[in-house]
Design a protein around this ligand. Sequence first.
Ligand code: AVI
Length: 390
Amino acid sequence: MALLRGDPVGLSVPRKTLPSKCFYDAEGSRLFEAICELPEYHVMRMETAQLTDIASELAGFVRDGAALVEFGSSASAKTRLLLDALPGLGCYVPIDISQAALDWAVAALVDDYPGLPTWPLAGDFTVRPHLPDGADGRPVVGFFPGSTIGNLPSDEATAFLGRVRMLLGAGSSLILGADHTRAASLLVPAYDDAQGVTAAFNRNVLVRLNRECGADFDLAMFEHRAVWNATEGRVEMHLASRTDQVVVLGGRRIAFAAGETIHTKNSYKYHPEQLDGLATRAGWELAERWLHRLTAPNGKEWVFGTTIMNAWHRGREPKARIAFTDRTHQFRQLIPVPGSSIASISGAECRGLGLGLSQIRCLSDAPSSPNRTVCDRPGLWCLGESLNDT
Ligand code: AVI
């Protein structure tokens, strides 16, 4: 059941969901690569075309000797476009939770970039918030392409960008790729393609539950659906039960009514200004944005954006941060807060970090909050510790 461990919502509640980490086993990664080639799905092609166009302009924002830190290891064409445009780069630091993915990415790159020191960082950077020693003292540029930021709701996206900001440090920059397309007539086919590749990608989560969690989902009895939710500004992927049925998972019986769905994925399509708002709350400010547009035969537009942001400069850095521990007092998270010695975080952000409110203890030296206050009141938040070292 490792696949579902820590799943805060899951399948045993009325609105069934699964965590998006369920998608990416070897088969899921293979299917995602196939999605990127689909005629209906333009995200990857647009980003690659855009980076090809702007690589030399982006290079103007990166100082010689800089460390390039990529979130999600990759040996992709996009990484290579940047590396080719940045011959003065000091080192490359791909970060990934999976050691195997890192090994593969690094092996694929070293032959082509023999002079570039590569310092892969395996693991959860939110738990061990330090760059490798090889990056010490260098200007730092983060790279988070692929519109993966869109797979996070706004509170989690802010928390993620805040963690990235703390990792990369004062004076750093971040290159962020995000799809801004919001036309339902383009997005629904992009997530429900004619060849059924996205449907197979979605159903693969059931294959994994059968294999890894002892479930007995009948794949033919679940239909893939993609829906544009205009209120939330996101494409939703669901698996809808074709009939009344009961599925057994890890010894539990889970009932599905006909038409009931498992909500498996969200792909938020943030307006550029929304993205700026999230980034600002996380300690970043816009330096430059490039928008790449593609007009479809029906007159609707695909819009992809690459944004470079700078961490707050001296005098505007966060003056406080929140340090969380879990029940075992293990370090979990730091969140920067601008211009204040008091840090705060919303309940939604806590949940975005995968922490239940009762799990959160806050280390604080603020007079109104004794150290290690257990924050269990919805709506109000923990006080953070003051920082002298930013
Ligand atoms: C990885 N991510 C940005 C893709 C997206 O567009 O949300 C994942 C995806 N899932 C189905 N199609 C694409």
